[in-house]
Write a protein that binds this ligand. Structure first.
Ligand SMILES: N[C@@H](CCC(=O)N[C@@H](CS)C(=O)NCC(=O)O)C(=O)O
Length: 234
């Protein structure tokens, strides 16, 4: 892991981390160039526990973002900072009710689903329950998200504008598929996913749908440079 230079934007990220993916979506959406420093949270004891990375994120989790001479942790905090400092194109509606709707969807995913299926938590679940556990919590959370979307969604989570809620939803759908959650009971979630999947700015941040290439690249020891105009991974 190389140390940051002050003027660079660096995302400490793991290719399969849904929390890192939220941030990649927002950076790409806002066309912020950044470099990825891969942190392998699975290999060995996990690089997130190294002394060096603990200095960057004392919670020992990805993502962390170095930007504007600051190092920020917690994906929602990072998303909000990006929105406040780089409001165009915006990722939050101007209408307060729609903003509240977007935030509640974020909160259900960020606090109510992801932490219950995170790598470090699953390590503490007995083997025979390891598959059922994430399935149960994602299904339960998605039941709530589906209900919320049934009144808020247009093409995207809240109306026809992409918001922070969409940044959170897409990676969580990836995890749902990964843990074999049956998505049939969630038609609105699938409809929104379909629209997002076809959005060019989403595609460019979407490292997980191209697994073979990404696995090879993200696990390499080299830093990756991402510039929106020239997508890095094909
Ligand atoms: N609340 C944090 C959660 C971060 C998080 O759980 N990151 C996961 C990957 S998505 C991680 O680093 N897991 C490794 C570990 O917990 O040891 C955020 O939103 O940034």
């Amino acid at each position: 892991m190389m140390h940051k230079q002050n003027n660079e934007t660096i995302l400490y990220s793991y290719w399969r981390s849904s929390c890192s993916w939220r941030v990649r979506i927002a950076l790409n959406f806002k066309e912020v160039s950044y470099e990825i420093r891969p942190i392998d949270i699975v290999k060995g004891n996990g690089e997130q526990h190294s002394d060096e990375f603990s200095q960057i994120n004392p919670m020992k989790k990805v993502p962390a973002l170095h930007i504007d001479n600051l190092t920020l942790i917690e994906s929602m905090n990072i998303l909000e900072y990006l929105e406040e400092t780089r409001p165009n194109p915006r990722l939050m509606p101007t209408d307060p009710v729609k903003r509240a709707r977007a935030r509640e969807i974020c909160e259900v995913i960020v606090s109510g689903i992801q932490p219950l299926q995170n790598v470090s938590l699953l390590k503490h679940i007995e083997d025979k329950r390891k598959r059922e556990w994430p399935k149960y919590w994602i299904t339960r959370g998605f039941t709530a998200v589906e209900k919320l979307l049934s009144s808020s969604a247009g093409k995207y989570c809240v109306g026809d504008e992409i918001t922070l809620a969409d940044c959170c939803l897409v990676p969580q759908i990836y995890n749902a598929r990964r843990f074999n959650v049956n998505l049939e009971p969630f038609p609105t979630i699938l409809k929104v996913d379909h629209h997002l999947e076809n959005h060019p700015k989403y595609k460019s941040g979407d490292h997980c749908r191209k697994l073979p290439t990404v696995t090879a690249v993200a696990r390499s020891e080299f830093s990756l440079k991402f510039r929106y105009k020239s997508p890095p991974i094909n």
